[in-house]
Design a protein around this ligand. Structure first.
Ligand code: CA
Length: 248
């Protein structure tokens, strides 16, 4: 399944005792692994591009892992972020997902569990935003965008890219998955259970606050983009994507 271009996993972990077996295991699975032992080098490495997944320890010697996550997302990184931490509290979990992490694994964890999460995130990850290939919007999208008004939302499921008019909306993997699902039947209500089932791995054990924080970030991004599409919460049931003309 791993093709000619192996995935690059960046391990951010200051503890050698923890890092060594992780690196061995990931390399044996065919991943290319780079390791940094502090937060700021991690931010720099991600900024230099090519990273498909970040395995991120929270307790680091310079800046906290949550701050690393916040910064790499602010810099536009859209690949996967899996937080590894000894802190098992619900608060950390929610805060971690709030700053843009995709998943969370509490130490101590089994290596099989780590590999399952890694595979799931890489499977869902957007094609690396670093890919030089489509420098400009694909022709169909560009012409459609030119004809459409600048508030029209277009979800390109194959390329895993989203456009508002001619502008690309940069989303994390999970944000994209939620939006693509809602967009697949615009106007229809998707129950919370269905969104959880389809977007999060079945081995996800976190609370459903994950869903709310992801939807919250996505809603904010849609709002900031100026699109006429927005996510409506149907209280006690789920969500739907609604598109209202900008002059309505
Ligand atoms: Ca640590």
């Amino acid at each position: 399944m791993l093709s000619e271009m192996p995935h690059l996993v960046l391990l951010v972990e200051d503890d050698d005792q923890i890092a060594a077996p992780l690196i061995r295991t990931l390399e044996r699975e065919g991943y290319v692994v780079e390791r940094v032992a502090a937060g700021l080098p991690a931010v720099e490495r991600v900024q230099a591009r090519g990273v498909d997944l970040v395995l991120l320890d929270l307790g680091l010697p310079d800046v906290d892992g949550l701050e690393v996550c916040r910064r790499i997302r602010a810099n536009g990184y859209t690949g996967g972020v899996l937080i590894l931490t000894a802190r098992g509290g619900e608060l950390d979990r929610v805060v971690g997902l709030d700053v843009g992490a995709d998943d969370y694994l509490a130490k101590p964890f089994g290596l099989a569990e780590l590999l399952a999460r890694t595979r799931a995130l890489l499977r869902r990850a957007a094609p690396s935003a670093d890919d030089p290939a489509p420098a400009a919007p694909v022709p169909a999208t560009a012409s459609a965008a030119a004809g459409a008004d600048t508030t029209t939302l277009q979800v390109d499921g194959d390329a895993r890219r989203v456009w508002v008019g001619a502008d690309e909306l940069v989303l994390t993997a999970k944000e994209f998955d939620v939006l693509a699902l809602l967009d697949s039947a615009s106007g229809a209500v998707f129950t919370r259970e269905r969104v959880m089932d389809e977007v999060w791995d079945e081995n996800w054990f976190g609370s459903t606050k994950t869903l709310d924080t992801t939807v919250g970030r996505l809603r904010q991004k849609l709002e900031d983009s100026g699109t006429s599409s927005h996510i409506v919460t149907v209280r006690g049931v789920g969500f739907r994507l609604e598109s209202s003309p900008s002059d309505a």
